[in-house]
Design a protein around this ligand. Structure first.
Ligand code: NAD
Length: 295
């Protein structure tokens, strides 16, 4: 059993903290929303009145917050947690944030002898509830090893991407590629439909041909081609357009900072941004198909 402080009990953090409790850890948590804390207590955790109170006696701190500014404020802001934690405490930030903030918080932690890994996740709310998330971890080999038993209580696949910040880099690369694959697949399927093909037949051909990719295999964007996809359920559930837009913003920010050429990522980002602005932000990202569809 490990004493764990958990900060941020939202759609993802709530079920992740519940899985840590189920695995036998003692979890003391803080969130700005009282109802989130009440759920944690009902699941067997302890509620704290502040982040500072939550970390008293903690061996490990896990955070799951909306964006980089929240993570920077929590750890390095005025009275940030890094000024309170004893040396050797392990900090695991699972929020999806910009690489620069992850590296800056990691460096500030290291300066105090505090261990830090960035560990963003893939798998969404369903994966958080089922304890099957993928964690993509950046940090030293020793810190990765120390984080493993904690992450295993919340996830299935745990990858070591490289040094601090590498988890965020790998995640943004993956999600930028996913956005390109989804728009490209929707585009090709509608081209076939416009020329008289049945999308089911075209999908069966392409999934066995060189256009094969994850979106065709398990996440077809055309309604009723596959059962159990968001497309066949009114684009409900799944991975929201707003979250894809957030991740594309992080990818393009890093690309521009490092002068990487990302014309495909920029094109996909423009399509998803326009789609979100048209009121589709809370739909699954495969709803980008509607941009192409002439119905
Ligand atoms: P969310 O908005 O549901 O939860 C964030 C929680 O943080 C909220 O409960 C909020 O009250 C709390 N919070 C904010 N500032 C705080 C502070 N200073 N102290 C304590 N609590 C604070 O967001 P989410 O969907 O749980 O996502 C969390 C992170 O996970 C984000 O970085 C997101 O990009 C990433 N992510 C989300 C998904 C998903 O499908 N929802 C998938 C992968 C990754």
């Amino acid at each position: 059993m490990t004493n764990i402080a958990f900060i941020g009990l939202g759609n993802m953090g709530g079920p992740m903290a519940a899985n840590l409790i189920k695995a036998g850890h003692q979890v003391t948590a803080f969130d700005l929303v009282p109802a989130a804390l009440a759920t944690l207590v009902a699941n067997g955790g302890r509620a704290a009145e502040s982040a500072a109170a939550a970390v008293v006696g903690a061996e490990v701190v896990v955070s799951m917050l909306p964006a980089g500014q929240h993570v920077a404020a929590l750890y390095t802001g005025a009275e940030g947690l890094l000024s309170l934690l004893p040396a050797d405490t392990l900090v695991v930030d699972s929020s999806t944030i910009d690489v620069a903030t992850a590296q800056a918080v990691g460096a500030a932690a290291a300066a105090q002898g505090i261990r830090f890994v960035d560990a963003p996740v893939s798998g969404g709310v369903t994966g958080a509830q089922a304890g099957t998330l993928s964690f993509i971890v950046g940090g030293s080999g020793a810190d990765f090893a120390a984080a493993q038993p904690i992450l295993q209580a919340m996830g299935k696949n745990i990858f070591h991407a490289g040094a601090t910040g590498a988890g965020q880099i790998a995640k943004m690369c993956n999600n930028m590629l996913l956005s390109i694959l989804m728009t490209g697949t929707a585009e090709a399927l509608q081209l076939g439909i416009d020329n008289g093909l049945d999308p089911q037949v075209l999908s069966d051909i392409m999934v066995k041909s060189s256009g094969r990719n994850w979106t065709l295999e398990v996440y077809n964007p055309v309604p009723d081609v596959m059962p159990n996809t968001p497309a066949s359920n009114g684009y409900k559930g799944g991975f929201m357009v707003d979250l894809m837009n957030k991740d594309l913003g992080l990818a393009l920010g890093a690309a521009h900072a490092g002068q990487s050429k990302v014309p495909m990522g920029e094109q996909a980002a423009a399509l998803f941004a326009a789609h979100g602005e048209e009121g589709n932000g809370s739909m699954d990202f495969s709803s980008i198909y509607q941009y192409y569809h002439k119905g």
